[in-house]
Design a protein around this ligand. Structure first.
Ligand SMILES: C[S@@+](CC[C@H](N)C(=O)[O-])C[C@H]1O[C@@H](n2cnc3c(N)ncnc32)[C@H](O)[C@@H]1O
Length: 567
């Protein structure tokens, strides 16, 4: 039985039978079709393909091929399928090595590629993957997850006119590194449809997923000359996949999306979920003179990385017990939940410290010559607990020196349940990488004005559009995404308004805080009508509810980020 970490390293999360049957039903249409699953895992796609072809009364022998990397999984499936009437052709090995020998061979490729993040996607498989994608003309970034080159290699295994039916992570439509892959797919097929789901397809995954239906593989000349048609269709959940509307294959009746706009990032996929009127208003405002993208006035970066927050973040109890002098620490805001209002003050920090929160970063910049005995003892406790051998600590020297520690002008939440919070750093604290650091350029508005503007319906909607949903229902804003978020940079709102909004937020009267921010910043400042504010508010609420729907169950992988968020 494979361990969870071994499964994670291979991206071994198996597909719901309804989803697999649907993809096979869509992709396999004729008795003469030949089918490939490039990473068959539990063989759900192979079995569904054999079933589908048998029902068409074709000669099934030799028509279905499966590849799998893991020898143990391969052996189990081989044993299992031996008992059946027909054995597909099974190949054990790395698909990236095998794919060139299968190029142009199949009429259908179906499956669920491994989603292995770049930190774990390593070694020979990764170098095979990147060089194969490059040979196929797609320059995928080194930061890509394994599904991206998988999709490219899978497409190459199709003959002209072939179909690709695959599970893909939602990041295909929003991640920067996925753009060359989306570009490649949209060019390689006459029709590509992305199916999105309000319910989550894989409740145990921390990522959000979609289905990709790509039909009519084009010749490389045609692919080079421009895009095919790209469509999007939103469904409730896997139960919808058996609905009668899909009997009219290949046309599933989706909404048209401009591939150029999606590939260039000028269109964010989340906008598809908004009513046309709201989408229009948002675009109009984003181009308004009084509205600015955060990246125009500030840079957004990640906070410091300790490698072991529980060791490096000290509570008052630890500081007293090991008599750690203040000069070896920096005051830190370590929790999203402690950022309650528009500003973070000395008083906020002090209250957290008194409550016993770990709010000092252990900060040793020089050697240990000056370090008192108590702190040396604390370091030896860390050594005994194996802190120096953790990934980040073992790759820096000395292991206890946390690099890149500096004081940001403001702090932005990275993961949020309700919506992001932008907080002016009045306490001069440093922040870890669970929060973002904001550094203003010279010509920026006051931090508190930006913080107040972040509470408006316009900016909350913008964050839902520019950020992306994690499997656990949280909104994640990567630094590049955060820099695209728009806020109102002009207006009559003043200190008194800011303090009123701050007070409401601290009392958790978030709806009132939003209404006051909309009234003072959007209506009085930008000249929006109340009806327009309501449109923006509804748009933000709709996107938020959509992403929070079907959150991961407790204990599932997707929960990890929730501890950091303001759920
Ligand atoms: C997401 S699972 C999908 C399994 C199965 N197709 C399903 O949907 O239930 C991904 C599978 O890909 C396999 N895999 C990972 N890297 C691979 C590679 N380079 N070549 C072939 N298979 C690979 C994993 O072992 C795992 O079984």
């Amino acid at each position: 039985m494979a361990t969870t970490s071994a499964r994670k390293a291979r991206g071994a999360f198996y597909t719901d039978i309804r989803v697999a049957r649907f993809l096979v039903q869509w992709a396999v249409r004729h008795a003469s079709d030949t089918v490939l699953d490039p990473c068959f895992g539990g063989a759900v796609f192979l079995s569904a393909s054999l079933d589908a072809l048998s029902r068409m009364e074709g000669d099934v022998s030799g028509t279905v091929t499966g590849v799998e990397l893991d020898p143990e999984t391969f052996g189990e499936v081989q044993e299992l399928l031996k008992a059946g009437p027909i054995l597909p052709r099974l190949v054990q090995g790395d698909f990236f090595e095998i794919a060139p020998s299968l190029a142009g061979s199949f009429s259908a490729v179906v499956g669920n590629p491994p989603f292995v993040r770049y930190q774990l996607f390593s070694g020979r498989v990764r170098s095979n993957a990147l060089s194969l994608a490059t040979r196929l003309g797609v320059r995928v970034s080194k930061l890509c997850s394994s599904w991206a080159p998988f999709l490219v290699a899978a497409t190459a295994c199709l003959r002209e006119d072939g179909r690709l039916g695959m599970v893909v992570p939602a990041e295909i439509a929003h991640a920067g590194y996925a753009r060359p892959v989306l570009d490649f797919v949209a060019r390689s097929f006459r029709n590509t449809t992305l199916l999105t789901f309000r319910e989550r397809l894989f409740p145990a995954l921390s990522q959000d997923t979609m289905l990709l239906l790509a039909d009519g593989k084009r010749s490389s000349d045609a692919a080079g000359s421009g895009y095919g048609r790209l469509e999007w269709l939103d469904l409730d959940g896997p139960a919808d996949l058996s609905a009668a509307r899909f009997t009219g294959f290949p046309d599933v009746g989706g909404e048209r999306v401009e591939p150029e706009a999606l590939v260039s990032g000028t269109l964010r996929f989340a906008e598809q979920f908004l009513p046309t009127q709201t989408r229009g208003l948002y675009h109009e405002l984003a181009n308004n003179l009084g509205v600015t993208r955060l990246g125009t006035v500030a840079s957004v970066g990640i906070g410091y990385v300790t490698g072991a927050n529980s060791f490096f973040h000290l509570s008052r109890r630890l500081v007293e017990r090991y008599r750690v002098p203040e000069r070896f620490t920096r005051r830190a805001a370590t929790r999203t939940a402690s950022l309650k209002g528009l500003l973070y003050t000395d008083g906020d920090w002090q209250r957290g410290w008194e409550r016993g929160e770990p709010s000092r970063l252990l900060y040793l910049t020089d050697g240990l010559a000056d370090v008192p005995g108590g702190l040396l003892e604390y370091l030896s406790v860390g050594v005994a607990d194996g802190v120096p051998s953790g990934f980040k600590c073992r790759t820096r020297h000395p292991w206890y020196r946390v690099p890149h520690v500096s004081v940001p002008d403001a702090i932005l939440t990275y993961m949020s349940g309700q919506g992001p919070r932008f907080v002016a750093n009045f306490a001069g604290v440093v922040v870890p990488n669970t929060l973002h650091m904001i550094r203003f350029h010279a010509w920026a508005p006051p931090a508190m004005a930006v913080a107040a503007s972040f509470q408006t319906s316009l900016t909350q909607l913008s964050a839902e559009i520019e950020g992306h949903r994690m499997g656990g229902g949280l909104l994640k804003l990567e630094p590049t995404e955060a820099e695209q978020v728009v806020f109102c940079s002009e207006g009559p709102a003043d200190g008194a308004h800011f303090h009123a909004i701050d007070g409401l937020m601290r009392e958790r009267r978030l709806h009132e805080a939003r209404t006051l921010a909309d009234e003072t910043i959007l209506v009085s400042g930008l000249g929006l009508s109340r009806r327009e504010c309501v449109l923006l508010f509804r748009g933000a609420t709709e996107l938020r509810e959509r992403r929070r729907k079907g959150r991961a169950p407790i204990g599932a992988e997707g929960r990890s980020g929730e501890d950091r968020a303001d759920t």
